[in-house]
Design a protein around this ligand. Structure first.
Ligand code: DX5
Ligand code: ZN
Length: 222
């Protein structure tokens, strides 16, 4: 599968959100990544349902909703109603993860589970077969524009090994500090969906930047 690109609108210009959504629509991006932060699970607050609904009104690509919130079960239905196609919850925020994953699927959405940088991949062993997506955080969640954490490559390879054994169609997504420099190595490690916020939106020609990320070929590290 050719890797997917999911620009994160956390780095968009919120005063011109329609413009930025239309840019993504016209680009080779595959999904629109939507970061929801509650000021509890992460030390930052992003935006809520009215903004997600507004994005969905203009978006022609699936909304990939990343919930960085405590007790996400409370809001799954509301995000599905707001237009989410994929709902990803954090493993660190879920006591009954299996139940949460089933609830996401019953809403007709794809179900994802995200892991913070310190959370071991081995925790996914008994849930991976039920998932559509695993999101590996390559920064500590809460803010865009942070530095990529190198241990991520190892974790992607571990997820890929689990997926090859029990869920070959799994999306393996990486989020945080992704750019054109690390894209080839991320794809080589097994990532097949890349989130990019600042790298896309601070570039001079975001549409070209997305096309370059999409066209990048995997390279094996030296
Ligand atoms: C971080 C968010 C990311 C963020 C990525 O908590 O989950 O999706 O928007 O931004 P960049 O690509 O700028 O690191
Ligand atoms: Zn995210």
């Amino acid at each position: 599968m050719k890797h997917l690109i999911a620009p994160s609108i956390l780095a968009a210009n919120f005063a011109h959100l329609q413009h930025d959504i239309e840019m993504i629509n016209q680009s080779e991006a595959d999904w629109i990544h939507v970061d929801i932060m509650d000021g509890m699970f992460v030390p930052n607050i992003s935006f809520g349902f009215p903004v997600v609904e507004a994005v969905n009104r203009y978006a022609t690509k699936p909304l990939d909703v990343h919930l960085m919130i405590v007790d996400p079960d409370r809001y799954l239905k509301a995000f599905a109603n707001a237009g989410a196609s994929i709902i990803t919850v954090h493993i660190e925020a879920c006591t009954h993860l299996h139940r949460t994953v089933q609830a996401i699927k019953e809403l007709g959405c794809k179900a994802g589970v995200a892991l913070n940088p310190h959370t071991p991949v081995s925790l996914l062993e008994d849930i991976i077969a039920d998932l559509d997506l695993v999101l590996i955080m390559s920064v500590n969640p809460g803010f865009g524009g942070q530095k990529f954490i190198h241990n991520t490559y190892k974790k992607i390879a571990q997820v890929k090994a689990l997926a090859d054994a029990s869920n070959p169609s799994l999306y393996i997504e990486v989020d945080g500090g992704v750019n054109l420099q690390n894209t080839p190595q991320l794809v080589a490690a097994g990532a097949n969906a890349l989130v990019a916020g600042n790298f896309v939106f601070t570039s001079e020609h975001p549409i070209d930047t997305i096309a370059q990320m999409k066209a990048a070929s995997p390279v094996l590290s030296a």
